[in-house]
Design a protein around this ligand. Structure first.
Ligand SMILES: Nc1nc2c(ncn2[C@@H]2O[C@H](COP(=O)(O)OP(=O)(O)OP(=O)(O)O)[C@@H](O)[C@H]2O)c(=O)[nH]1
Ligand SMILES: [Mg+2]
Length: 782
């Protein structure tokens, strides 16, 4: 029995689901399935196949497919889903000139984790059936994309590169696909060359000089056609055209060398589309060629972890867990990766992959949510999942049924992925998790119309939160506000849609979208700020300065070592920090990227107030002085401290609020400003619709930064998050497909009307006094 676990990734509408349905060959009735979490959840499919082996013996095989989400917002979900599988098919829309950010980020993950990859250039029917598109143009786009794939992959792993055997071209809609190997096989007799040699000739800068019977790498002023175009694309285009025009003689003539074409009786009664599909499927069956590719190019669950274990397991790969993962040992200790929770038919399942050992439906497991946090739980069942059909099973192992759904552990899972072992395995380490996730940017407040439904609302939203790694849901303990933080309006629609499925009768009141800004400083503070504790016994002197963007990015990467010496060395050598300063970083807020540096010299008892100072710093940076938004990229320096000798007069209650006030004053003295979130918007459309894109972007402060044309247009633009509401819907009307991802923070000039407007509105919303605090009011005099 052979098993393959394959993730299918690709940008929106590239044809991922069409490919899945083609591969599972209608074993799965998609129409009858009701897919609950359609936009923000991947789908799992499992199918049994009978494949021909080399010796033409039928072999029973199982193909598990994960139809990953194609949206940028759900990248962290896609990364967790990749972990479920042993290989990936990246579906690329060949009618577009290039690929977008989603593919780039997924490819990075693929090369970082050593995941074997196959690329499908889909929708080739479109440019091939459009006679205005030159074959050379199609080749150029494909070649450019292959080069880009190789470039992205090589930046992480110099050895990863797409092999010619792992590229497949086709149309999932029409059901045909081919690899270069197919055509090398067809032509090898004609050219009297072996297949491997010919394969290289059918790709890249290779031309055939028919007169002299020679291969060359020059087109000789376009006299020779590129072999990929001449020997592959051209016959396909001719067959498609002949089908369209019902020119059966031409059809026979072109197909004759390759395959016996359909008989005359088979032509009759077929519509043009049916004729195309059945002719092409008979010649280049996608079902066969892609299955063959999956089973030849992508590894089995037994083999795959051997190369991958060290990039996914946080423990040593030579310990008993690491070794068992590497060898996919069904008798080894249990190690399971949980990618996410998923609600199917109203029930919640933890979608998991067993990497070693086996599991019974009532095993007591230990669930890690991070390195330190774990809980013990008894399983209440294991299921196999195929679309929306669920089949309970008693037992599963890393060899058989490696991808499963677990019941009973949802309460101790987060939406960021987890690791499971047996409760007795105290030494096991969790899988490495993806620490950097893109922050959702928009808040909305939700309330039930009838307060009686409040508990159901909270439980429902908590459940959805557990299933959606891009969503954040907070229940403010003080105000009782229920805040959903989402990426964009489509994301919000999806969350509300899911809630409706769970509780059709509960009506919700949803506030308008509220963008999250951040506060920062744009220069060093003009003065040294002095603040005294309320009892006047202790004095602190502080200054503030902006952190440089490269340091912020470095902090953001999470790579800064915690050990002061190493930390000092890196900040000193790479970012020009003073060595002493770098070693004396007291605190770094990881989510807001501000630092607190001790620059005092020989202050007695300083260590005794350190925790209180850090607390004050954290409070200040969590809610900045302008409008209580998070601060970003601000460095505070503690210049000096004068302390009362008696510890009783310098407790946390005295120190922390004073530090907060000092930080506020110092920020107000350093030209404070706001940062607004800017999204990267990607759009795809026909040339005729481009004016709609420009018209909306112009009216919303958007800037196009890239545009590439073939038969369609692919472009990128920057758009402020606050201006993005309604853009998706507007563009949908014009058939422009677009998506957003948070890209960067952009300063808003402090003297602009936009700045004053945001500060005023935010203070009003948060119930803060209209007038901003000022530096002179917050500082003390000597
Ligand atoms: N011309 C053409 N259209 C295709 C092909 N494959 C898919 N489509 C069409 O493209 C659209 C999207 O196809 P899907 O299979 O839903 O794509 P997807 O990648 O699953 O889309 P999302 O899940 O929304 O990201 C549908 O209208 C398909 O009919 C193809 O090979 N050629
Ligand atoms: Mg789909």
């Amino acid at each position: 029995m052979s098993i393959r676990n394959v993730a299918i990734c690709g940008e929106p509408s590239s044809g991922k689901s069409s490919l899945v349905h083609l591969l599972i060959n209608n074993n799965h009735q998609t129409n009858s399935t009701q897919i609950l979490f359609e936009t923000f959840q991947s789908q799992l499919y499992s199918t049994s196949l009978k494949l021909n082996s080399h010796h033409d013996v039928e072999v029973n095989s199982i193909l598990n497919l994960v139809d990953c989400i194609g949206r940028l917002e759900s990248l962290s979900q896609v990364k967790a889903d990749l972990r479920l599988t042993d290989g990936c098919i990246m579906v690329v829309d060949a009618s577009l000139p290039t690929f977008g950010k989603y593919s780039e980020l997924v490819l990075r993950q693929i090369s970082q984790e050593n995941i074997p990859l196959v690329v499908l250039f889909n929708k080739l029917d479109e440019p091939l059936m459009d006679c205005n598109v030159d074959l050379e143009e199609i080749n150029k786009s494909i070649q450019r994309i292959v080069d880009s794939v190789n470039l992205v992959m090589s930046t992480f792993n110099t050895e990863s590169k797409l092999s010619l055997e792992s590229i497949v071209f086709g149309s999932t809609k029409q059901g045909w696909a081919f690899t270069l190997k197919h055509f090398a096989m067809f032509y090898s007799k004609q050219f009297g060359m072996n297949q491997d040699e010919l394969l290289e000739k059918l790709w890249g800068d290779c031309y055939y000089d028919a007169e002299n019977g020679k291969w060359t790498n020059q087109s000789n002023d376009n006299i020779f056609q590129r072999s990929f175009c001449q020997f592959i694309l051209k016959p396909i285009r001719r067959v498609l055209a002949a089908c369209e025009k019902s020119e059966f003689n031409v059809l026979e003539e072109v197909l004759n060398p390759f395959v016996k074409s359909l008989s005359k009786t088979e032509y009759t009664d077929l519509s043009k589309q049916e004729l195309i599909n059945s002719t092409m499927q008979k010649w280049l069956s996608a079902n066969n060629s892609i299955h063959e590719l999956i089973f030849n190019q992508l590894p089995s669950p037994e083999k795959a972890p051997y190369n991958r274990a060290k990039s996914i397991y946080s423990g040593s790969i030579t310990d008993k867990f690491g070794t068992a993962i590497k060898n996919c040992d069904p008798c080894g200790p249990l190690v399971v990766h949980v990618s996410s929770n998923k609600i199917i038919n109203g029930k919640i399942y933890a979608i998991s992959r067993i990497f070693s050992g086996s599991l019974k439906s009532d095993t007591i497991v230990r669930v890690f949510n991070s390195k330190q946090v774990f809980e013990e739980k008894s399983l209440r069942g294991i299921v196999k999942i195929n679309g929306t059909s669920i089949e309970p099973i008693e037992e599963a192992s890393c060899q058989f049924n490696p991808i499963i759904g677990l019941i009973g552990i949802e309460s101790c899972l987060t939406n960021k992925g987890s690791t499971i072992t047996e409760s007795t395995e105290l030494e096991a380490k969790p899988f490495i998790s993806d620490s950097k996730s893109n922050l959702p940017m928009i808040n909305v407040y939700v309330e039930p119309k009838k307060q009686a439904y409040l508990p159901k609302l909270i439980r429902g939203l908590e459940l959805i939160y557990k299933c959606d790694s891009s969503l954040s849901f907070t229940l403010d303990e003080y105000t009782g506000e229920k805040i959903l933080t989402v990426f964009d309006e489509k994301h919000l629609d999806s969350v509300l849609h899911q809630f409706k499925q769970l509780h059709p009768s509960i009506e919700l009141e949803v506030s308008g979208p509220i963008v999250k800004y951040q506060e920062t400083v744009t220069s060093s503070s003009a003065n040294i700020t002095l603040v005294k504790t309320p009892n006047k016994h202790n004095r602190l002197w502080l200054t503030t300065e902006p952190l440089k963007e490269d340091v912020i990015s470095y902090f953001e990467s999470g790579k800064l070592p915690s050990e002061p010496k190493q930390r000092g060395k890196i900040l000193n050598e790479n970012f020009g920090w003073d060595l002493v300063d770098a070693k004396k970083i007291w605190s770094l807020c990881e989510n807001s990227l501000n630092v607190f540096v001790d620059k005092t010299q020989q202050v007695c008892y300083l260590n005794e107030i350190k925790d209180a100072v850090i607390l004050g710093f954290h409070i200040a940076t969590r809610e900045g002085p302008l409008c209580n938004e998070l601060m970003r990229g601000v460095r505070f320096n503690l210049k000096d401290v004068a302390m009362y000798s008696d510890a009783i007069h310098r407790g946390t209650g005295q120190i922390a609020p004073t530090v907060k006030r000092g930080c506020y004053a110092s920020v107000l003295d350093a030209e404070p400003s706001l940062l607004e979130p800017i999204s990267l918007m990607e759009f795809k459309c026909k040339k005729s619709e481009l004016s709609a894109v420009y018209s909306i972007l112009n009216s919303r402060r958007g800037v196009v930064i890239e545009e590439q044309h073939t038969s369609s247009v692919f472009g990128k633009a920057f758009l402020p998050v606050s201006e993005s509401f309604g853009v998706l819907q507007y563009l949908d009307q014009y058939n422009v497909s677009s998506q957003f991802i948070f890209d960067h923070w952009q300063p808003i000039p402090a003297n602009s009307s936009q700045f004053h407007d945001i500060v005023y509105r935010t203070r009003l919303r948060k119930g803060l006094p209209e007038k901003l605090p000022c530096h002179s009011e917050l500082v003390d005099k000597l």
